[in-house]
Design a protein around this ligand. Structure first.
Ligand code: AMP
Length: 216
């Protein structure tokens, strides 16, 4: 087993990157670095960064590279990232991938979760999240135990993210195909790409990833 993991989740929106990244972060005791979560937190706090990001996010567009590169660099400078990390939702463009190389980060594995566009539309359309703690559900595939109540924190009233509306979903898929999917080749060339079939329950997909990383 590797002593420290520098991992990254790649795949279209709705592939299950966040769900899987959280589990891997716990298993390997490394921080989960999600640019989407950091941007949403900045919006909740009403910071300048959050305000700048908001209009891009709600339209399903990518936030400018220099903004996300800045927040990731700051996060990776923190002490806990020295023992490894799992990047979730970053890099999403070639300049972002190059910014990681520039800071001397060599990823050990890039976990590329593969699902079709039809599956993305289905999953994101049915996604609900807790505005209080961020827990994520799906109305059919992973409903909360009690209708509209968060299993994790008990908050009543689950929400549909603004960018999970049909128009924004289409835009996010377009951005993925145009800007992010070329990273598959980028990491394939660097011999770190691990392709994972994203169809299956979160437990099944997690088992496949752990097997890929550790062979167990
Ligand atoms: P996510 O939660 O990863 O789906 O991210 C939600 C939204 O945040 C995206 O649709 C983008 O608007 C923005 N975002 C998150 N990560 C990045 C990134 N690496 N580059 C540009 N925009 C991002």
């Amino acid at each position: 087993m590797m002593e420290r993991y520098r991992l990254m989740m790649l795949g279209p929106p709705g592939a299950g990157k966040g769900t899987q990244a959280k589990r891997l972060a716990e298993k390997f005791d490394i921080p989960h670095v999600s640019t989407g979560d950091m941007l949403r937190a900045a919006r909740r706090k009403g910071t300048e960064l959050g305000e700048k990001a908001a209009e891009y996010m709600d339209a399903g567009k990518l936030v400018p590279d220099e903004v996300v590169i800045g927040i990731v660099n700051e996060r990776l400078d923190e002490d806990d990232a020295a023992r490894g990390f799992i990047l979730d939702g970053f890099p999403r463009t070639r300049p972002q991938a190059e910014a990681l190389v520039d800071r001397g980060v060599n990823l050990d594995a890039v976990i590329n979760i593969d699902i079709s566009d039809d599956e993305v539309v289905d999953r994101l359309g049915g996604r609900r999240s807790c505005p209080e703690c961020g827990a994520v559900y799906h109305i059919d595939a992973n409903p909360p135990e009690q209708d509209d109540v968060c299993d994790s924190c008990g908050h009543q009233g689950l929400m549909t993210r603004d960018d999970d509306r049909p128009e924004a979903i289409r835009q996010r898929l377009d951005s993925y195909h145009e800007k992010t999917s070329p990273l598959i080749e980028f990491y394939e060339e660097r011999d770190v790409l691990r392709n994972i079939d994203g169809i299956g329950s979160p437990d099944e997909v997690n088992a496949t990833i752990v097997y890929e990383l550790q062979g167990e």
